[in-house]
Design a binder for this molecule. Structure first.
Ligand code: RIB
Length: 294
Protein backbone atom coordinates (compact mmCIF):
# COMPACT_ATOMS: atom_id res chain seq x y z
CA UNK A 1 0.00 0.00 0.00
CA UNK A 2 1.28 3.46 -0.85
CA UNK A 3 2.06 5.42 2.32
CA UNK A 4 0.88 9.00 1.98
CA UNK A 5 1.37 11.81 4.48
CA UNK A 6 -0.76 14.92 4.06
CA UNK A 7 0.36 18.12 5.77
CA UNK A 8 -2.60 20.41 5.29
CA UNK A 9 -5.88 22.01 6.21
CA UNK A 10 -9.21 20.78 7.50
CA UNK A 11 -12.22 23.07 6.99
CA UNK A 12 -15.92 22.72 7.52
CA UNK A 13 -17.37 23.77 4.17
CA UNK A 14 -20.48 25.95 4.48
CA UNK A 15 -21.93 25.54 1.01
CA UNK A 16 -24.78 27.45 -0.62
CA UNK A 17 -26.19 26.26 -3.94
CA UNK A 18 -27.54 29.09 -6.06
CA UNK A 19 -28.49 29.60 -9.73
CA UNK A 20 -26.08 32.51 -10.10
CA UNK A 21 -23.51 33.83 -7.62
CA UNK A 22 -24.32 37.36 -6.36
CA UNK A 23 -22.34 40.42 -7.48
CA UNK A 24 -20.89 42.65 -4.74
CA UNK A 25 -23.77 44.60 -3.19
CA UNK A 26 -26.39 42.19 -4.54
CA UNK A 27 -28.64 39.79 -2.60
CA UNK A 28 -29.87 36.59 -4.23
CA UNK A 29 -31.98 33.72 -2.93
CA UNK A 30 -30.22 30.36 -2.92
CA UNK A 31 -31.65 26.88 -3.29
CA UNK A 32 -29.95 24.83 -0.60
CA UNK A 33 -27.39 24.97 2.23
CA UNK A 34 -25.13 22.12 3.35
CA UNK A 35 -22.22 21.67 5.73
CA UNK A 36 -19.65 19.27 4.28
CA UNK A 37 -16.23 18.29 5.71
CA UNK A 38 -13.55 19.77 3.46
CA UNK A 39 -10.25 21.63 3.42
CA UNK A 40 -7.72 21.01 0.70
CA UNK A 41 -5.52 18.87 2.93
CA UNK A 42 -8.33 16.74 4.34
CA UNK A 43 -9.89 16.38 0.89
CA UNK A 44 -6.64 15.06 -0.54
CA UNK A 45 -6.31 12.70 2.43
CA UNK A 46 -9.83 11.30 1.93
CA UNK A 47 -9.35 11.02 -1.83
CA UNK A 48 -6.06 9.16 -1.39
CA UNK A 49 -7.52 6.82 1.25
CA UNK A 50 -10.54 5.98 -0.91
CA UNK A 51 -8.22 5.42 -3.87
CA UNK A 52 -6.37 2.80 -1.83
CA UNK A 53 -3.59 4.70 -0.02
CA UNK A 54 -2.45 4.28 3.58
CA UNK A 55 -2.92 7.89 4.68
CA UNK A 56 -1.77 9.98 7.64
CA UNK A 57 -3.22 13.48 8.15
CA UNK A 58 -1.02 16.13 9.80
CA UNK A 59 -2.64 19.40 10.85
CA UNK A 60 -5.07 20.87 13.37
CA UNK A 61 -8.76 21.20 14.12
CA UNK A 62 -10.40 23.46 16.70
CA UNK A 63 -12.00 22.30 19.95
CA UNK A 64 -15.49 23.07 18.57
CA UNK A 65 -18.19 20.80 17.13
CA UNK A 66 -16.80 21.19 13.62
CA UNK A 67 -13.42 19.93 14.82
CA UNK A 68 -14.93 16.71 16.17
CA UNK A 69 -16.91 16.23 12.95
CA UNK A 70 -13.88 16.85 10.75
CA UNK A 71 -11.80 14.33 12.68
CA UNK A 72 -14.60 11.75 12.59
CA UNK A 73 -14.98 12.22 8.83
CA UNK A 74 -11.31 11.54 8.23
CA UNK A 75 -11.32 8.51 10.51
CA UNK A 76 -14.42 7.16 8.78
CA UNK A 77 -12.48 7.34 5.50
CA UNK A 78 -9.67 5.31 7.12
CA UNK A 79 -7.24 8.21 7.53
CA UNK A 80 -4.88 8.09 10.53
CA UNK A 81 -5.51 11.23 12.63
CA UNK A 82 -2.93 10.71 15.40
CA UNK A 83 -1.09 13.83 14.20
CA UNK A 84 -4.24 15.91 13.67
CA UNK A 85 -3.98 18.08 16.77
CA UNK A 86 -6.96 19.62 18.55
CA UNK A 87 -6.23 23.23 19.49
CA UNK A 88 -8.18 25.84 21.41
CA UNK A 89 -10.49 27.96 19.25
CA UNK A 90 -12.54 27.49 16.10
CA UNK A 91 -11.85 25.02 13.30
CA UNK A 92 -11.20 26.28 9.79
CA UNK A 93 -14.26 27.10 7.72
CA UNK A 94 -14.75 27.58 3.99
CA UNK A 95 -17.62 29.71 2.74
CA UNK A 96 -18.56 28.37 -0.67
CA UNK A 97 -21.05 29.44 -3.32
CA UNK A 98 -21.77 26.85 -6.03
CA UNK A 99 -23.73 28.01 -9.08
CA UNK A 100 -25.73 26.10 -11.70
CA UNK A 101 -22.63 25.49 -13.86
CA UNK A 102 -21.10 23.58 -10.92
CA UNK A 103 -18.44 26.31 -10.58
CA UNK A 104 -17.61 27.74 -7.16
CA UNK A 105 -16.18 30.73 -5.29
CA UNK A 106 -14.56 30.11 -1.89
CA UNK A 107 -13.51 32.24 1.08
CA UNK A 108 -11.47 30.33 3.68
CA UNK A 109 -11.19 31.40 7.33
CA UNK A 110 -8.13 29.44 8.59
CA UNK A 111 -9.10 29.01 12.28
CA UNK A 112 -7.09 26.13 13.74
CA UNK A 113 -5.17 25.67 10.48
CA UNK A 114 -3.49 29.01 11.16
CA UNK A 115 -1.88 27.63 14.33
CA UNK A 116 0.18 25.07 12.40
CA UNK A 117 3.32 27.16 11.97
CA UNK A 118 5.90 24.38 12.35
CA UNK A 119 6.27 20.62 12.62
CA UNK A 120 7.73 18.54 15.45
CA UNK A 121 9.70 15.27 15.60
CA UNK A 122 6.51 13.15 15.38
CA UNK A 123 5.48 14.85 12.15
CA UNK A 124 8.99 14.54 10.71
CA UNK A 125 8.99 10.81 11.51
CA UNK A 126 5.58 10.35 9.84
CA UNK A 127 6.77 12.17 6.72
CA UNK A 128 10.01 10.17 6.68
CA UNK A 129 8.03 6.93 6.80
CA UNK A 130 5.75 7.83 3.87
CA UNK A 131 6.21 7.29 0.14
CA UNK A 132 4.78 10.69 -0.75
CA UNK A 133 3.96 13.96 1.00
CA UNK A 134 0.99 16.05 -0.17
CA UNK A 135 1.05 19.79 0.53
CA UNK A 136 -1.24 22.74 -0.24
CA UNK A 137 -1.15 26.39 0.87
CA UNK A 138 -3.94 26.56 3.47
CA UNK A 139 -1.45 26.21 6.36
CA UNK A 140 1.12 28.87 7.25
CA UNK A 141 3.96 28.78 4.73
CA UNK A 142 6.55 28.10 7.46
CA UNK A 143 4.99 24.69 8.13
CA UNK A 144 4.67 23.87 4.42
CA UNK A 145 8.35 24.66 3.89
CA UNK A 146 9.38 22.63 6.96
CA UNK A 147 7.32 19.65 5.77
CA UNK A 148 8.72 19.74 2.25
CA UNK A 149 12.28 20.04 3.58
CA UNK A 150 11.73 17.06 5.89
CA UNK A 151 10.43 15.06 2.94
CA UNK A 152 13.43 15.94 0.79
CA UNK A 153 15.84 15.10 3.64
CA UNK A 154 14.32 11.59 3.81
CA UNK A 155 13.96 10.99 0.07
CA UNK A 156 10.15 11.32 0.12
CA UNK A 157 8.50 12.68 -3.06
CA UNK A 158 6.45 15.86 -2.59
CA UNK A 159 3.38 17.03 -4.51
CA UNK A 160 2.38 20.68 -3.93
CA UNK A 161 -1.02 22.13 -4.82
CA UNK A 162 -0.30 25.90 -4.83
CA UNK A 163 -3.74 26.94 -3.60
CA UNK A 164 -4.77 29.53 -2.43
CA UNK A 165 -2.15 30.84 -4.84
CA UNK A 166 0.64 32.98 -3.46
CA UNK A 167 4.26 33.63 -4.31
CA UNK A 168 6.33 30.50 -3.65
CA UNK A 169 9.64 31.16 -1.87
CA UNK A 170 12.81 29.64 -3.38
CA UNK A 171 13.39 27.44 -0.31
CA UNK A 172 10.03 25.76 -0.98
CA UNK A 173 10.46 25.40 -4.75
CA UNK A 174 13.87 23.84 -4.12
CA UNK A 175 12.25 20.85 -2.38
CA UNK A 176 9.05 20.34 -4.42
CA UNK A 177 9.01 17.45 -6.89
CA UNK A 178 5.61 17.84 -8.56
CA UNK A 179 3.64 21.10 -8.74
CA UNK A 180 -0.10 20.74 -9.49
CA UNK A 181 -1.69 24.17 -10.09
CA UNK A 182 -4.99 24.77 -11.86
CA UNK A 183 -4.83 27.02 -14.90
CA UNK A 184 -5.47 30.22 -12.90
CA UNK A 185 -2.80 29.35 -10.36
CA UNK A 186 -0.37 28.39 -13.15
CA UNK A 187 -0.98 31.76 -14.83
CA UNK A 188 -0.53 33.66 -11.56
CA UNK A 189 2.72 31.85 -10.73
CA UNK A 190 4.25 32.02 -14.21
CA UNK A 191 2.86 35.24 -15.65
CA UNK A 192 1.67 33.25 -18.71
CA UNK A 193 -2.02 32.59 -19.34
CA UNK A 194 -1.37 29.88 -21.97
CA UNK A 195 -0.81 26.56 -20.14
CA UNK A 196 2.11 25.28 -22.30
CA UNK A 197 3.94 28.58 -21.81
CA UNK A 198 3.11 28.55 -18.09
CA UNK A 199 4.44 24.99 -17.75
CA UNK A 200 7.66 25.95 -19.49
CA UNK A 201 8.25 28.79 -17.01
CA UNK A 202 7.34 26.63 -14.00
CA UNK A 203 9.72 23.86 -15.10
CA UNK A 204 12.59 26.25 -14.38
CA UNK A 205 11.50 26.06 -10.74
CA UNK A 206 10.37 22.42 -10.20
CA UNK A 207 11.09 19.17 -12.09
CA UNK A 208 7.48 18.17 -12.92
CA UNK A 209 4.29 20.18 -13.45
CA UNK A 210 0.69 19.06 -13.90
CA UNK A 211 -1.67 21.91 -14.81
CA UNK A 212 -5.28 20.89 -14.23
CA UNK A 213 -7.61 22.38 -16.85
CA UNK A 214 -11.05 21.35 -15.57
CA UNK A 215 -13.22 19.83 -18.30
CA UNK A 216 -10.30 20.20 -20.74
CA UNK A 217 -8.16 17.69 -18.83
CA UNK A 218 -4.60 18.32 -17.68
CA UNK A 219 -1.23 19.25 -19.11
CA UNK A 220 1.76 17.24 -17.90
CA UNK A 221 5.26 18.63 -18.33
CA UNK A 222 8.63 17.39 -17.12
CA UNK A 223 12.14 18.70 -17.69
CA UNK A 224 13.20 15.68 -19.72
CA UNK A 225 10.09 15.28 -21.94
CA UNK A 226 7.61 17.01 -24.28
CA UNK A 227 4.52 18.46 -22.55
CA UNK A 228 1.46 16.24 -23.09
CA UNK A 229 -2.23 17.19 -22.86
CA UNK A 230 -4.42 14.47 -21.31
CA UNK A 231 -8.15 14.95 -22.01
CA UNK A 232 -10.70 14.54 -19.20
CA UNK A 233 -13.72 12.22 -19.47
CA UNK A 234 -16.80 14.15 -20.66
CA UNK A 235 -19.30 14.44 -17.81
CA UNK A 236 -22.04 16.77 -16.55
CA UNK A 237 -20.62 18.73 -13.57
CA UNK A 238 -22.94 19.55 -10.65
CA UNK A 239 -20.26 20.71 -8.18
CA UNK A 240 -16.56 21.06 -8.95
CA UNK A 241 -15.57 21.63 -5.30
CA UNK A 242 -12.74 19.26 -4.36
CA UNK A 243 -12.15 18.02 -7.93
CA UNK A 244 -8.54 19.19 -7.90
CA UNK A 245 -8.01 17.56 -4.50
CA UNK A 246 -9.52 14.30 -5.74
CA UNK A 247 -7.18 14.41 -8.73
CA UNK A 248 -4.11 14.87 -6.50
CA UNK A 249 -5.18 12.21 -3.98
CA UNK A 250 -5.71 9.59 -6.69
CA UNK A 251 -2.59 10.66 -8.58
CA UNK A 252 -0.45 10.23 -5.47
CA UNK A 253 -1.71 6.67 -4.97
CA UNK A 254 -1.10 5.73 -8.60
CA UNK A 255 2.40 7.25 -8.63
CA UNK A 256 3.21 5.57 -5.33
CA UNK A 257 2.21 2.25 -6.88
CA UNK A 258 4.79 2.89 -9.58
CA UNK A 259 2.28 3.22 -12.40
CA UNK A 260 3.53 5.01 -15.52
CA UNK A 261 2.71 8.75 -15.55
CA UNK A 262 0.15 8.61 -18.42
CA UNK A 263 -1.75 5.80 -16.69
CA UNK A 264 -1.60 7.61 -13.33
CA UNK A 265 -2.90 10.84 -14.89
CA UNK A 266 -5.75 9.07 -16.70
CA UNK A 267 -6.76 7.31 -13.48
CA UNK A 268 -6.64 10.58 -11.50
CA UNK A 269 -8.73 12.30 -14.21
CA UNK A 270 -11.35 9.56 -13.94
CA UNK A 271 -11.46 10.10 -10.17
CA UNK A 272 -11.94 13.87 -10.60
CA UNK A 273 -14.65 13.31 -13.23
CA UNK A 274 -16.57 11.13 -10.77
CA UNK A 275 -16.17 13.79 -8.05
CA UNK A 276 -17.69 16.66 -10.09
CA UNK A 277 -20.86 14.66 -10.76
CA UNK A 278 -21.80 14.70 -7.05
CA UNK A 279 -22.30 17.58 -4.57
CA UNK A 280 -19.78 18.52 -1.87
CA UNK A 281 -16.05 18.01 -1.40
CA UNK A 282 -15.15 14.97 0.74
CA UNK A 283 -18.64 13.55 0.17
CA UNK A 284 -18.09 13.31 -3.58
CA UNK A 285 -14.75 11.51 -3.66
CA UNK A 286 -14.82 8.12 -5.37
CA UNK A 287 -13.63 4.75 -4.06
CA UNK A 288 -10.95 2.76 -5.88
CA UNK A 289 -13.46 0.30 -7.35
CA UNK A 290 -15.44 3.20 -8.86
CA UNK A 291 -12.32 4.73 -10.41
CA UNK A 292 -11.27 1.36 -11.83
CA UNK A 293 -14.75 0.89 -13.28
CA UNK A 294 -15.02 4.38 -14.81
O1 RIB B 1 -10.37 22.51 -2.76
C1 RIB B 1 -11.64 22.58 -2.19
C2 RIB B 1 -11.55 23.03 -0.77
O2 RIB B 1 -11.07 24.35 -0.73
C3 RIB B 1 -12.85 23.07 -0.02
O3 RIB B 1 -13.18 21.84 0.58
C4 RIB B 1 -12.64 24.19 0.98
O4 RIB B 1 -12.53 23.76 2.29
C5 RIB B 1 -11.39 24.92 0.51
O5 RIB B 1 -10.35 24.67 1.33
Amino acid sequence: MTGIAVLGSTNMDLVTYVARAPELGETVTGREFRTVPGGKGANQAVAAARAGGDVMMIGAVGDDEYGAELRAGLEHAGVDTDLLHTVEGPSGTAHIVVDDTGGNAIVVIPGANGTVTSIGPGEVAAIAGADLLLLQLELPLSAVVAGAQAARAHGVRTILTPSPVQELPPELLAVVDVLVPNEHEAAALSGCSEPHAAAEVLLHRVPEVVITLGAKGCLYAARDAEAVLFPAPEVEAVDTTGAGDTFVGALSVALGEGRPVPEALAWASSAAALCVQRPGASTSMPYRSEIDGA
